[in-house]
Design a protein around this ligand. Structure first.
Ligand SMILES: Nc1ncnc2c1ncn2[C@@H]1O[C@H](COP(=O)(O)OP(=O)(O)O)[C@@H](O)[C@H]1O
Ligand SMILES: [Mg+2]
Length: 484
């Protein structure tokens, strides 16, 4: 058998579906199928893996599946495709789980149950990951490491499982954040997102039967290949907030700018929103000098005539001091207190539930990549229960939440009417500080509780002369009439 085997003509009884055909034909190095069950992903993956292996003599190739049980199914598909090919492969090394092809290419089968077992020499042929969503992000990172410096092809075929690493890969491949069906490509990635009913081999009756026998959520995920909101997804009603209304080129009304400063690996994120909840501008940047960041914030605040709300934790308080005294209004929130962070996130959650927020839809052709990234962050943002039983909010491991936090800061300021406020240099108190005030509602106690902060900043006037409950600043702190 020659090295330049005309492998595309070797397939005999394998007849790909129309979408599978696109998958086989496209030359992108990373190709991902996110299809419903029984759609033929494993069959297509096996066929493409064999094609890739046969087209690269003496190469090392890997088949990876999340567990041995999954791996057996993947192997079965490889055997089925091989059986219909009139191609006699040289050897099957069962004990080593290797198939040696006539051109000297080696295919190694490996379960990803213990991610460390995925380490090894560089792979220069092809990696096929079947049911990839059930594999951890760590396993995926290790596999990625094995193709660095090699031009290996990477195939991933799987049903989705929430907004995990695989969803991120599809996003990198050009799939918009709201995950419509279709084929997309970007850079060296090509991705396909399809429900089972797009493929001919599962009858409508069978699909209807499945629909009745499982929960809607399960059906949508398994057959619809939908990225389900995990039980822990924080923001619901995101779709309702997505707008195709063109953005105004200029905006004269009240605006508020949420600023989340980046630490080490993170971005500095900025969200500008109108007093009525329409997001006008989103941006983020990374690894720039703090002076550059300050200058950008100044310019944006002036350009949009915005009130700025920023996080005071870490470098925040220093930057806050540097930004004060400019001709824009500035507010600080101490977000490293979990209570404050939770308040902010829950206020944003409420805004989505009550449809009081409007964002550029990723479908709009004027949507920027950063606006699209914000939508993706919102979808993947999650709530976890700490061992201590409190709710902790954040992005899944390895993903960002800077844009979400900038949006939450803007929203927090907005519902407190700051977009049109007139005082300069207010500091929003933490929940504990407010609780303390509520216990000792005297002028003196106010001063004590606010302590250092208020000696540094102009004290906001209190409607009741400082004697009342914290409601005058906090607006009730929960589900009041503010969230209209
Ligand atoms: N190209 C194809 N031609 C004919 N039947 C197919 C094809 N691909 C898949 N099928 C049928 O669908 C079944 C499921 O395919 P499989 O690849 O295991 O699906 P998935 O991995 O998406 O769950 C196969 O056993 C076969 O009966
Ligand atoms: Mg399969």
């Amino acid at each position: 058998m020659s090295a330049s085997l005309p492998v595309r003509r070797v397939f005999s009884d394998y007849r790909p579906s129309d979408t599978a055909l696109e998958f086989h034909k496209t030359l992108h190095r990373f190709r991902m199928l996110c299809w419903g069950i029984k759609s033929g992903k494993s069959r297509a993956g096996a066929a493409e893996f064999i094609r890739a292996t046969l087209s690269k003599p003496n190469s090392l190739n890997w088949v990876v599946a999340p567990t041995n049980r999954h791996l057996d199914a993947s192997l079965a598909e490889i055997m089925k495709v091989l059986a219909g090919m009139n191609l006699r492969f040289q050897r099957m090394r069962g004990h080593k789980r290797q198939i040696i092809f006539p051109n000297g290419a080696v295919s190694q089968l490996q379960s990803a149950e213990l991610p460390d077992n995925l380490r090894g020499p560089g792979i220069d042929g092809c990696i096929w990951v079947d049911e990839g969503s059930f594999m951890t992000q760590e396993a995926w990172m290790i596999l990625r490491g094995r193709i660095i410096a090699h031009e290996a092809e990477v195939l991933v075929t799987t049903t989705p499982k929430g907004r995990d690493w695989f969803y991120e890969e599809l996003r990198l491949g050009g799939m918009p954040a709201d995950a419509p069906y279709g084929e997309f490509y970007k850079g060296n990635r090509w991705v396909s997102h399809r429900p089972t009913w797009d493929f001919p081999w599962v009858s409508e009756a069978e699909i209807e039967d499945a629909r009745r026998s499982m929960s809607t959520g399960q059906f949508d995920q398994e057959f619809g290949a939908k990225f389900m909101a995990a039980a822990s997804q924080v923001f619901t009603g995101i779709e309702r907030a997505l707008s195709l209304e063109p953005l105004p080129a200029m905006f004269d009304g009240d605006t508020i700018l949420g600023l989340d400063l980046g630490k080490n690996q993170d971005y500095t994120a900025v969200v500008v929103m109108t007093g009525t909840g329409r997001v006008l501008y989103v941006d983020r940047w990374q690894r720039v000098d703090w002076n550059v960041t300050k200058e950008r914030v100044r310019n944006l605040a002036k350009k949009w005539k915005a009130v700025v709300v920023m996080d005071l934790s870490n470098v925040g308080s220093t930057i806050y001091d540097d930004l004060r005294g400019e001709d824009f209004e500035l507010h600080g929130v101490t977000m490293h207190s979990p209570d404050v962070k939770n308040d902010l996130v829950e206020a944003l959650q409420m805004a989505f539930e009550q449809s009081s927020i409007e964002l550029v839809s990723p479908k709009a052709n004027w949507a920027t990549t950063v606006e699209d990234a914000l939508i993706a962050e919102l979808f993947s943002y999650e709530a976890k229960l700490t061992p201590g039983g409190r709710i902790s909010y954040g992005a899944p491991k390895g993903l960002h939440d800077d844009l979400v936090i900038a949006l939450a800061l803007a929203q927090w300021g907005r519902v407190r009417g700051m977009a049109s406020a007139g005082t300069v240099g207010q500091v929003i108190l933490t929940r504990q500080e407010m609780a303390q005030l509520a216990r000792e509602p005297t002028e003196e106690a106010d001063m004590r509780a606010m302590g250092r902060k208020f000696s540094r900043f102009t004290r906001p006037p209190r409607a009741d002369g400082g004697r009342g409950r914290p409601r005058s600043i906090f607006g009730g702190g929960s589900k009041g009439g503010l969230w209209s």
